[in-house]
Design a protein around this ligand. Structure first.
Ligand code: DC
Length: 226
């Protein structure tokens, strides 16, 4: 049985990372949260007060502070930039509000996509993001595109933020999500669109367990055939 590659794309808070993490664990695959990579670069750029036009400086920061992942004993993802743990910092509102301009820069995407492909080269990976099925892994054996209403996504993110102790105004959060959806879907490079061969799944009102079940069933069928 040859391991496969699974691409899960979709807009902010569509449940991608939650289900991708569970599917990866169940299959014994690696999970890669590409959104965390764009967030990490945004955090570094903000920390060094860099702006859109300072691309060489931002690329320099990625080289001097390589992004890496590890896990706590209870399975929580830890994100490092160099040896600095930035797991909480990359979820702060300032990063969320700035990540779209940064992720629209072609040179930054080129660098992160190269890193993502290196991590995926041996297969057995579940990767989530915006352009995984279209650009990063166009040959992925299984491509899923998750959607959900803005209202539901805002509620999910609000709850998540509350649990993490991040103070959030619900209406502002909803507006921010709509704005990020618009920017992510309308940028010139690798916009958020479903791949032509992606399975589109609307998770509004659907439980995490049901989404996991749907993806896993499809994955197991492909793995069995391989
Ligand atoms: O999945 P997330 O909300 O943590 O992602 C944060 C931002 O990163 C998202 O608004 C757009 C960008 N992103 C991207 O451009 N391409 C990806 N593959 C993943 C995320």
């Amino acid at each position: 049985m040859k391991p496969i590659t699974i691409a899960i794309d979709g807009p902010a808070s569509s449940g991608k990372s939650t289900v991708a993490k569970i599917v990866a664990k169940n299959l014994g695959y690696t999970y890669l949260d590409t959104g965390a990579m764009y967030r990490s670069v945004t955090y570094l750029a903000l920390q060094h007060q860099l702006r859109e036009e300072q691309i060489p400086e931002i690329l320099g920061l990625i080289r001097t502070n390589p992004i890496s992942f590890s896990q706590t004993a209870d399975g929580q993802q830890i994100v490092f930039a160099g040896d600095q743990d930035i797991s909480s910092a990359i979820r702060q509102n300032a990063v969320t509000r700035n990540v779209s301009w940064l992720s629209a820069i072609p040179e930054i995407r080129e660098e992160l996509v190269a890193q993502q492909r290196r991590i995926a080269k041996d297969g057995a990976i579940v990767m989530d993001g915006r352009d995984i099925g279209t650009v990063v892994l166009p040959d992925a054996e299984l491509k899923i595109f998750l959607q959900a209403s803005v209202e539901e996504r805002a509620q999910r993110r609000f709850k998540e933020n509350q649990e993490k102790g991040i103070k959030t105004d619900f209406e502002r959060l909803k507006r921010d999500i709509e704005e990020r959806d618009y920017k992510d879907s309308h940028r010139a490079v690798s916009p958020l669109v479903p791949a032509a061969d992606a399975l589109i799944f609307d998770t509004t009102g659907v439980s995490i367990a049901e989404v996991v079940h749907f993806i896993q069933e499809k994955a197991e069928k492909i793995i069995d055939r391989n």
